[in-house]
Design a protein around this ligand. Sequence first.
Ligand SMILES: Cc1ncc(COP(=O)(O)O)c(C=O)c1O
Length: 378
Amino acid sequence: MEKITNVEFYKHNVGTLELKLIEKVLRSLFLTTGSYVDELEEALRIYLNAKYVVGLTSCTAALHLACIAAGVKTDSEVITTPMSFVATANSIIMAGGIPVFVDVEKDTGNIDADLIERAITKKTRAIMPVHLYGQMVDMKKILSIAKKHKLAVIEDAAHALEAQRDGINPGQRSFGACFSFYATKSITSAEGGAFSTNIKEAAKLVKKLRSHGITSELAQRIRTGLTTYDVDVLGWKYNMDNIQAALLIPQVKRIEKHLKARERIAQIYRKGFSEVRIDMPREYKNSKHGRHIFPIWVNPKKRDKILEYINNHGVGAVINYPSIHLFSYYRQRFGYKEGAFPNAERIAEREISLPLYPKLKNNEIDYVVEVVSKAIKV
Ligand SMILES: Cc1ncc(COP(=O)(O)O)c(C=O)c1O
């Protein structure tokens, strides 16, 4: 068998169907938001079992518009987690709000729902949980807190397109869920995102806000014969285009097949790493894991050396994530210091993410297990 020396961190699954559909778009008149975006929104709507889906240019855009649509204004507080990609908290600030962090569960990295209530003030407008690595937070608990205090819940579901918990999909019970089609996500258009919701007004407003707040987009005007439009609210320029949609449409059909492939790899990793006593996040019961990221948690004093060893042996591995509250901007603007969120900080010091995608071959999976098992002994 071929000797493996190199395993990429990620490989996308774009193939001939996507190329054919993109060619069709490029040979057509209409490159921007139009019928292909409608088709993608419908495919995602069915997959997510949601009433509405809006196609956008990124998950950051979805989070930003969801905040505005949910009524986040200057100085509104939004409770969220420091253990995420910085886009989560940035989107709150982009809407004029203030991210208020609470710590995470030490054995999963997800926001600790038991800490949310004590962070609520008169200024709180929303809760923004993140389904970290692909495991959904306890939505039942968070939704009941939100209901009691009349808050909106905006789900950062960038890792959780495929996830479910207690039979609930992202976006089904909250104000809405935000998805990413960034280059390393399970379906990708290089950059792209979507908002899903069961609330008609939320979907309508997000759709209007994606195109400068205009009352009808060009494709709609052509379809209906409208000649002009009004702008009755300030919007942004976040509309997904037909080329992005054409890249994504064939991938939607393969979501479950590819999840199954990642699940198999995750099980091989979990078995291999538990044999050498590597810590990994606890996995919830009553839960369907989205398997977006495969994290291991190692000795924080040796983490950087271990990562270096893994990378030097040809295995792509990265850190997800440095804790947001300790970035210079957040320290300077909000006065956060070390020790504020010990569980998030500990995960940030210990985490390493490993390759997890359907194209991984068996000998590559075995090689990752072998290299990582040796790396922890450095
Ligand atoms: C948890 C989380 N939230 C938000 C984002 C932002 O997504 P996008 O790059 O589509 O704006 C990401 C991207 O990787 C993410 O991982």
